[in-house]
Design a protein around this ligand. Structure first.
Ligand code: FAD
Length: 395
């Protein structure tokens, strides 16, 4: 039994173009992304070259406007691309989701002039972004962030007309921290709580910006998660996205969409674990027959498959609301909550299906289980998703 012995998921897709895109993605996933996943995890090596391959195939700007070089794809299609990539290698599926998240502020709230200037290179395939909201002291309570940006007049000859921000502080847990080309950064421009937050689009080459050593994580070791330090970093004021004080709303809007990406990642990991467990159960024999023939085990597989399908249906329903221009924040939180909890259960059960072998690194299911755990934490823990859902019900 090998991890690559999986049947393609039968998908409902809106156009022939989308069907071709998913076929291309599946091909890339099997040939370029899945091979090397275990080695990347063992060696904690960031697969930058894989992202270049995705970039060359046009996958790093899928949901953004074609006018700026994006793919112009609806979310229901973009998310299924993420799901396929995450099933092959979570660091890649999640990396694509985070990159898309980091472009959201500029693409959605930037001025036309800002979009024309920076968006094509950000989504064009060569660059990779990071989204900097969390700090060492503020995770769930993101509105309490402290990284300070002070506006000063003057600056270099290019920025003199609008001045610049001098940024000081530390961002924590940043996916692609230290390897990203740009940081979509939430900073404090006044002491007015969440209303004192603004967004700066910071090039990674800015003097004073540096990534720390990556955290030593339980899983997803090939995806660097690191603190990013801002030490007297001078950022031209033209890189302010939206207006001063709008940053918290911009950051939360990005997260509504980002959570759908996490939900799709979770379904991908769960699908990979299910496929592996089914293949193993058909081959492994005990008491003279395949363990898949035991009802106790096939019921477990049936529950796993049902959870995967339900998760896919839920994130797609939320995505279709987004594509139709309807409010989707509550549904995105529900999808993130349900899909990531389902992925945790499904991957844990996949280990159980393999028995002792499931607990070894000879099979990928223990990695899937470690990977599923982080999805319950990132982009708002599942407690915070319940808070978001509860608030929309009672307010
Ligand atoms: C691998 C990884 C990658 C990440 N990538 C990024 C990134 O790219 N960019 C970024 O900005 N951040 C990133 N994060 C940070 C992530 O978003 C935070 O870890 C998360 O929001 C939780 O914050 P915290 O870790 O400070 O936990 P805390 O906020 O300290 O929470 C601790 C516990 O308390 C619970 N809790 C807190 N408040 C409440 C409440 N009101 N009600 C009920 N329970 C509550 C939480 O659910 C959690 O169980 C990443 C984290 C990880 C682990």
């Amino acid at each position: 039994m090998t991890a690559s012995a999986t049947k393609p998921v039968e998908r409902t897709l809106p156009t022939d173009e989308a069907r071709e895109l998913l076929a291309l993605t599946r091909d890339l996933a099997e040939n370029e992304v899945r091979p090397g996943a275990a080695e990347e995890e063992a060696e904690a090596e960031f697969p930058r070259e894989v992202f270049r391959t995705l970039g060359r195939s046009g996958l790093l700007g899928l949901p953004y406007d074609e006018q700026y070089g994006g793919g112009g794809q609806p979310y229901e299609v973009y998310l299924q691309v993420i799901e396929e990539l995450a099933a092959a290698r979570l660091t890649v599926g999640l990396g694509l989701s985070v990159h898309t998240l980091s472009c959201h502020a500029l693409a959605t709230f930037g001025s036309d002039a800002q979009r024309e200037k920076w968006l094509p290179e950000m989504i064009g395939g060569e660059q990779l972004g990071a989204y900097c909201l969390s700090e060492p002291q503020s995770g769930s309570d993101a509105g309490a962030l402290k990284t300070r940006a002070v506006h000063v007049e003057g600056g270099t000859s290019q920025t003199k007309s609008v001045g610049e921000y001098v940024v000081n502080g530390t961002k924590a847990w940043i996916t692609h921290g230290g390897v990203a080309d740009f940081y979509s950064t939430m900073v404090r421009t006044s002491d007015d709580g969440a209303r004192g937050i603004s967004v700066l689009l910071v090039p990674a080459t800015t003097p004073g910006v540096s990534g720390a050593a990556p955290e030593r994580k339980m899983g997803m070791k090939g995806s660097p998660t690191a603190q990013v330090h801002f030490d007297e970093a001078h950022v031209p004021a033209e890189r302010l996205i939206g207006e001063e004080g709008q940053g918290f709303g911009i950051a939360m809007a990005a997260l509504d969409s980002g959570r759908l990406g996490i939900a799709a990642c979770a379904v991908g990991v769960a699908q990979a674990a299910l496929d592996y467990a089914v293949g193993y159960a058909k081959e492994r024999e005990q008491f003279g027959r395949a363990i898949a023939d035991f009802q106790g085990l096939s019921f477990m597989l049936a529950d796993m498959a049902t959870a995967v399908e339900a998760g896919r249906a839920l994130y797609l329903a939320a995505a279709r609301r987004r594509d139709a221009g309807l409010a989707f924040g509550k549904e995105a939180a529900m999808a993130k909550l349900f899909c990531t909890d389902a992925a945790m259960r499904v991957t844990t059960d996949a280990v159980q299906v393999l028995g002792g072998y499931g607990y070894t690194q000879d099979h990928p299911v223990e990695r899937y289980m470690r990977e599923a755990k982080v999805l319950q934490i990132v982009e708002g823990t599942n407690q915070i998703q319940r808070l978001v859902i509860g608030r929309t019900l009672t307010r």
